[in-house]
Design a protein around this ligand. Structure first.
Ligand code: PMP
Length: 430
């Protein structure tokens, strides 16, 4: 066993010499759970393998994109064929037109869309568009929602009603975030009060309609409807950040699930199928504010990259197979129910929730509805559970604050293997 983990340890030691913390995105480090990150050598279907050749059932799916399973043969083939035709042109392609048409067809609130390369770019650009179109500066975001790492969105959660936020990150000047108002998720009256006192200065409200960056926390339908109504009444733009939940909770995203149309939508993850594609879109009228038609500037050397678009388009085709989302939702629900039952048998305080292909695991009595409720969960128990499952060959997100993802390749056998492993782990933790 000692020998088995040695390659991950060796690589981690090497990585830390040339890369801060040894990782290229902080969530990959095992900072909150402790231990050595696994270095992945290959992935297939619901599995990936680490540098020691150990197989894991993967419940991260690259943090969302791998919805059809890893290395799906059709996606890989499309990527290989596109790559052979050239990697990047810096001029438009027919594939980009098709991808835009497909997104507009699948997401009814989107009439025009711009492709970018990361979720951060999508939300950052949507925000700039909202400000440019309204001529207003203030934005509302919610505690616990993550919208990428643009300066004005990196605001520390925890600010109270009508308190302007502080940057969570060093290097973000106070001046940059003085227009960012942070309110409590699922709290309608706070948003009403904010609009009441400063409605004519608020450019937009940005929200994860199904929050997946504070574990999984669903918005209440009343909350999203209130955001819709308040934005309409006060001439503010409602932005749904569906980078994570888009094409994940339903084919038409959270806006289909809740039947609420935002003015702008940010997309990412699934629409790239594992390669860098993200997008933002809305009504043609609003999108006409973008350069080269309008005064809001945004651009990208690799935007609409042909290889990435090939992966994305093929993934978008695969998720439209009949019954795809019903199956995905059933598998997430099976996992959530099975884990809950296993914890109950062991007498461990635990609950779980799921929506579409997303799930949340909570070491608390009840499913949380806010950041504060989510933070109240037992982190030590989560960490012990995480490592127990890792030993069993099941890879959950290495932090108690992240949602989990199921792919179409997580069949009954894979889910049941996970639950059996959890039963052994819970028994040890009890
Ligand atoms: N918005 C949401 C809701 C996200 O989950 C993420 C990434 N986890 C982002 C934006 C940023 O996307 P990216 O990491 O591609 O920049």
């Amino acid at each position: 066993m000692t020998e088995q983990i040695s390659k991950n340890d060796t690589l981690f030691a090497r990585a830390q010499k040339t890369t801060p913390g040894g990782v290229n995105s902080p969530v990959r480090a095992f900072r909150s759970v402790g231990g050595t990150p696994r270095f992945i050598t290959r992935a297939e279907g619901p599995y990936f393998w680490d540098a020691d050749g150990k197989r894991y059932i993967d419940y991260i799916g690259s943090w969302g994109p791998a919805i059809v399973g890893h290395a799906h043969p059709e996606v890989v083939k499309a990527v290989q064929e596109a790559a052979a035709r050239g990697l990047s042109f810096g001029a438009p392609t027919e594939a980009e037109v098709e991808m835009a048409e497909e997104i507009c067809r699948l997401v009814p609130s989107i009439e025009q869309v711009r492709l970018v390369s990361s979720g951060t770019e999508a939300t950052m650009s949507a925000l700039r568009l909202a400000r440019g179109a309204t001529g207003r500066d203030k934005i509302i975001k919610f505690e616990g929602c993550y919208h990428g790492h643009a300066d004005s969105l990196l605001v520390k959660a925890g600010s109270g009603l009508l308190t302007f936020g502080n940057p969570t990150s060093a290097g973000v000047p106070e001046d940059f975030v003085k227009h960012t108002l942070v309110l409590d998720y699922n709290n309608v009256s706070q948003v009403e009060d904010a609009f009441e006192s400063m409605g004519d200065t608020i450019a937009c409200v940005i929200v994860e309609p199904v929050a997946g960056n504070m574990n999984l926390v669903k918005a209440s339908p009343e909350f999203l409807q209130a955001l819709r109504d308040l934005c309409t009444r006060h001439g503010a733009i409602l932005i749904f950040d569906e980078v994570m939940c888009g094409f994940r909770v339903a084919l038409g995203g959270a806006q289909e699930l809740y039947d609420i149309q935002p003015d702008l939508t940010a997309l990412g993850k699934v629409i790239g199928g594992g390669l860098p594609v993200a997008a933002f879109g809305g009504s043609a009228e609003l999108m006409h504010n973008m350069a080269p038609l309008g005064a809001v500037y945004q651009a990208g050397t690799l935007s609409g990259n042909p290889v990435a678009v090939a992966a994305g388009m093929t993934t978008l085709k695969l998720i439209q197979q009949p019954g795809f989302y019903a199956r995905l939702a059933a598998q997430s629900a099976r996992l959530a129910a099975g884990l809950t039952e296993a914890a109950k048998e062991a007498g461990i305080t635990f609950c779980a929730d799921s929506v579409g292909g997303m799930f949340g695991l909570y070491f608390s009595e009840d499913v949380p509805a806010s950041y504060a409720e989510m933070m109240a969960g037992d982190r030590a128990m989560f960490n012990a559970f995480f490592h127990g499952m890792l030993d069993e060959g099941v890879y959950f997100a290495p932090a108690a604050f992240e949602a989990g993802f199921v792919s179409a390749q997580h069949d009954d056998a894979v889910i049941d293997e996970t639950i059996a492993a959890a039963r052994r782990v819970f028994a040890k933790l009890a």
